[in-house]
Design a protein around this ligand. Structure first.
Ligand SMILES: CC(C)(COP(=O)(O)OP(=O)(O)OC[C@H]1O[C@@H](n2cnc3c(N)ncnc32)[C@H](O)[C@@H]1OP(=O)(O)O)[C@@H](O)C(=O)NCCC(=O)NCCS
Length: 183
């Protein structure tokens, strides 16, 4: 049974977490431009078009459709109007699985302040309120910061999935983690 889910939260002094809207496209493109080098080792190779407001608008439109369909929640982290990170709950599957996948990043100038921990904690609690049984997150084996966040929040390691995702141009092994939510 799902509870009422509040999808926005004040995470820290100046940082709010809320679902993206189409109006955020320009701010999202600017954030990806600022964080291009910071994110490159941890993400798929991005085509040049990815860094444009037009492409980000189209991507957000797809995410909002999936939000309506109940298969995704695309949160942004905002300092005022500036995008300083994102947390996405994708691939929400109901039936006997009741599961979703969490992905996230934090702006290079906002790391090391507990922001990701607060944001993933809020996302997991939202997933619990949506009635999900578990959330999963996968990290590169050498992504110490990300693994630390998940461990701190009580995620357990399922094991290593060989060549799980194509990141930074090559298929790379990932550690799969899950958090059982109690539903
Ligand atoms: C992973 C990431 C989201 C963490 O964001 P964050 O807001 O800095 O996370 P938090 O501050 O909540 O916690 C990070 C922890 O890792 C620690 N840490 C960071 N880099 C580290 C490193 N290289 N080695 C060891 N610990 C590290 C921090 O000190 C902190 O722990 P502490 O609070 O005990 O000091 C951010 O680094 C990021 O965006 N990285 C690039 C994209 C990415 O990796 N996304 C996740 C893909 S799975």
């Amino acid at each position: 049974m799902s509870e009422t889910v509040q999808l926005s939260s004040e995470l820290q002094e100046n940082v709010t977490m809320r679902p993206f809207s189409i109006d955020d496209a320009e701010a999202v493109a600017a954030a990806y431009i600022r964080n291009r080098e910071h994110l490159a080792p941890w993400e798929p190779v991005r085509p040049e078009e990815f860094f444009t407001a037009k492409r980000q608008g189209a991507l957000i439109a797809g995410k909002l459709q999936r939000l309506l369909d109940g298969t995704e929640v695309p949160w942004g982290l905002f300092d005022g109007d500036v995008v300083v990170g994102a947390v996405t709950l994708t691939g929400i599957i109901r039936g006997p699985f009741l599961s979703g996948d969490l992905g996230y990043w934090v702006d290079k100038d906002y790391t090391g302040k507990g922001l990701c921990t607060a944001a993933v904690s809020f996302a997991a609690e939202s997933a619990r309120k949506m009635g999900l049984h578990r959330v999963q997150a996968s990290t590169l084996l050498h992504n110490t910061a990300s693994r630390k966040v998940l461990a701190r929040l009580g995620f357990t390691e399922i094991g290593v999935a060989p060549e799980y995702l194509r990141i930074a141009g090559k298929w790379q092994d990932h550690m799969l983690h899950q958090l059982i939510l109690g539903n």
